[in-house]
Design a protein around this ligand. Sequence first.
Ligand code: NAD
Length: 316
Amino acid sequence: MKILVTGIAGFIGSQLAKRLVERGDTVVGLDNFDGFYHRATKERNLAELRPHIEFIEGDITDRPTLDRILAGKQFDCAVHLAALAGVRPSIRAPWRYSHVNVVGTAHVAEALVAHGVERLIFASSSSVYGNNTLVPYQEAHRVDEPASPYAATKRAGELLLDTFFRLHGLSSTALRFFTVYGPRQRPEMAIHSFARSLELGQPLTLYGDGASSRDYTFIDDIIDGIVGAIERAPRGFRIYNLGGTNPVRLDELVKQLGIAFDKEPVIFREAQAPGDMLQTWADISRARDELGYAPKVLLPEGLRHFQQWLRGNIPW
Ligand SMILES: NC(=O)c1ccc[n+]([C@@H]2O[C@H](COP(=O)([O-])OP(=O)(O)OC[C@H]3O[C@@H](n4cnc5c(N)ncnc54)[C@H](O)[C@@H]3O)[C@@H](O)[C@H]2O)c1
């Protein structure tokens, strides 16, 4: 298949592209090396891919760039991962998050329609569930109280794409990822930043009393889910949870990290941060039944893979 991947230099994008190249797909990637974290890290993510893909440095909010990539190329589908990610920073920059995540998604969808691409896979997020207390989260649950601008932009992206199907026939699959971790994880995410602190012998800053929980999902399982969506998602607009199905409390995560890194965590506590959810937990029945999604990697094993990667990639 011929597949466009936006956000290809990032954590999930570069891991997806690796898998697609291994499958024999033709991959074209777009990324603007946004300064959310170091360009050098993203260049490293891309390094092994470069000989096997066509890469364009550019911005999803720049329509002429999208037109140049898509014109006359006959893509089978696009996987749209480019976004400003992260809950807490979105509270300080709602305009930027809205611009990239909502306006950018509209640009991508418009350009796909204009150039006859019929299918889009969209990176949505478990954050759309807000502080819904009904767990595990199902796709049909209410998602009209997002707790952060980031979550609101992801829900807006879903709604836009639903509209694009009804108006223009662009089929879209929104995948709600649940806290993804593993090699190349974004440096500001909890597992990665805690692990660096452990390695440096520094205290770990924990927000809240340790009782919040996350449904951590290993990157290889997420990539299986995206590939499942590329191969099997139905026509129309459809949402799927991609989670690990085993929520873990924050204090348990820290304990498991201590075991994986063979270090005793020293903890510095801060109040619960605004915008943070108290829990996430995916019901994956729909993805299992319709996409063949079956997450395999439990946290202790996933943390061992992450530890090996982190130690093999110094300096970070
Ligand atoms: N990692 C997770 O746990 C998680 C959870 C839920 C949803 N998601 C979503 O999955 C997607 C990928 O997340 P990630 O963790 O790999 O993040 P990431 O920041 O590593 O990757 C995103 C990439 O998009 C690029 N980008 C940002 N703005 C752009 C623009 N205007 N034009 C072109 N490229 C741009 C960045 O440079 C980056 O390389 C995002 O949409 C994110 O919101 C991630």
